[in-house]
Design a binder for this molecule. Sequence first.
Ligand code: AHM
Ligand code: MG
Length: 334
Amino acid sequence: MSPKHSREFLTVQQHILLQQHEKAPGASGQFSWLLSGITIAAKIIADRVRRLGLFSLSGAAGAENVQGEAQQKLDVFANDILLRTLGMRDSVAILASEENEEPIVCNVGGGGHYVVLFDPLDGSSNIDCNVGVGTIFSILRCDGEGRGVGGESAVLQRGAQQVAAGYIFYGSAVSLAYTTGSGVHLFTLDNAIGAFVLTQEHVRIPQRGGIYSVNEANSLSFPEGYRRFLEWAKSKEAGPYSSRYVGSMVADIHRTLLKGGVFFYPPTAKAPEGKLRLMYEANPMAMILEQAGGLAFVGGDRRRILEVEPRSLHQRTPLIMGSPEDVERVVAFL
Ligand code: AHM
Ligand code: MG
């Protein structure tokens, strides 16, 4: 392979530029500049996650740490960083975050072409005990229609309209997965050079993984079909099914992408619409998994998550996603 076409030591920035060059030769580079806002923020967040104990970032916001510095909860910190790194990019029209009630209008009418939605630090209940957490993002085009004052009408687009989506997983290594609709590509943060380096291009999810991932403690209030699936999954007939549940969606989806299996969060008595958020949790993960050859449904009617018409920024949805055979297995019981 000529050095020009080598995929060795390819950073995520270079990868995005190459992809754009292949797909849209005349692209202005605005999109890759936007994504660099996410990767810079991710490196800063990764650094803080690593030093969590040292800086007591797990404490309540408003307190002081041992150095006498003002403490900030890590999820508030992660949100601030993303708002700053993305907010200064001209191509960003609107930002919307799990941490902000309303969308933030940055640059509508002045060249902003994209809406960026994110969950700055997903899995926050796991922060204090050093278990993997993540950042999830979804990018939509700002089409010039319906840009209301709060920006919500521009944000409420179906997941199928995402131009890119991805996540960063702060685990034992820091992984980044992204898609622009041409497969899923995986990068690992190389701390020595401070860059996300390509580790796997065109990731494919296994057809079947034989792992189910769900908060089974809620199962008594799941609709009946889910309970029957869980019963069946423990039977001899099901073959060896394993159970894995981290409780951080990014960690559970990352494992599902690489090892296969099914992740689901059904309606429960406490959360009749499910717990996870459509716009910045379910949609980006559904795009990633579909792009890797997986399935992502709302429930037993096999409606794609990506086809759900959103009504509000923070709306929740039940979901079943993962390897085609494992997802179909759950659906068959519904
Ligand atoms: P968060 O955005 O407040 O962190 O909540 C979302 C998290 C997901 O990461 C995870 O899949 C889910 O909540 C776990 O919920 P539960 O504790 O009900 O199993
Ligand atoms: Mg979340």
